[in-house]
Design a protein around this ligand. Sequence first.
Ligand code: KE4
Length: 413
Amino acid sequence: MNSPVRAFRSVGGDPLFIEKADGPFLFDADGNRYIDYVGSWGPMILGHNHRETRRAVESALKNGASFGAPGELEVRMAEFLTEKLPHLEMVRMVNSGTEATMSAIRLARGATHRDKIIKISCCYHGHGDSLLVEAGSGALTFGTPSSPGVPPALAELTIVVPFNDTGALEKAFERNKGEVACLIIEPLPGNMGTIPPKDGYLQAIREMTTRERALLIFDEVMSGFRVAFGGMTELSGVKPDLATYGKIIGGGLPVGAYGGRADLMKQVSPQGPVYQAGTLSGNPLAMAAGLCQLRILNENKDKIYVHLEKMGDLLASGLRDVATKRGVPVTINRVGSMFTLFFTGEKVVDDASARKSDTDLFARFFREMLENGVYLPPSQFETAFISYSHGNSEIEKTIRAADSALEKIFREK
Ligand code: KE4
């Protein structure tokens, strides 16, 4: 088990071992087929085993796997990202979202000569020490939002405030005047389940960080190229100083990236003193897969994002109808092809309201859906993803699977 969120710990039962994947489907080692809503936790926006992406990797591999020296593909990736994402004046490729956020934090501290950072309670930014303080995703799921092993001297430099609460953020800045290097946020949190920002919240954060001369880091590892081609930066119109990416930009291969204002990025080694390095950064295979997927998204952006929105709307309304029909209180938060079905009747606007969900019922529902051939993320506090390869038939089958799952659960209650 190379990542805890795959462990089915919070939903019970043994994790499935997957042999292959294709389009919207996973196939386990026993040959069972599932409609997949994990999508490798976000990267597989076009669907699994995409023909063109596979060919791009095969053709890059013919030239060798890794050179440890600059190559054309990583330059093409940098050109693509900086051309399509105006807030990225410069970008550095790394090998995971964790590396991207860890490096962006270090750059913020180095550039501002300040040590403190502000993060949002139960946002997850990978497993960098400074960010495993009240973190989301598996840390939240398994009840260890703040991980042992992070020295208190470091953890106390991370200030945590609740999501969607500008008052708490004002107070945090007030109490740490002139000491905050940056605020890092998932502009669309997906690691306490999907929770959209309240209207004006991101704009308010932008104003506060500018006023306090703290850098604003948008962690778009999950939302980047997912909720729109330009991610939440496009949807919100808010321009961060730095942003991090991962998942989709690697097309399923190990990848991460951080970038933003050139005056900041020029402080990263070798141009500047802030050190960050990586044996496989800009790896030709990951660049080939990522560029292929990004180019397909770019060349078909209207068609693809309209389809993702349509499928998302169809699924969310179908699930809501099924739950309402059976008198089961649910809240479904969705932005495009990212959604979470919370087993609570209350609005879910932050981690406190998310934690009110009936996680036992979620676990039972998860297992019944698996029985019915649908593979949801194995945690109430994760986001489900729809891919471009999901069509009406998969959505309708999923809704029927949910109907029979709830029927069975409540028949036996
Ligand atoms: P990676 O180091 O896993 O590539 O990225 C860390 C990361 C950073 N920022 C955001 C917003 C993220 O969602 C993630 C990783 N997301 C989890 C799923 N919630 C990855 C799945 C896993 O840990 O296995």
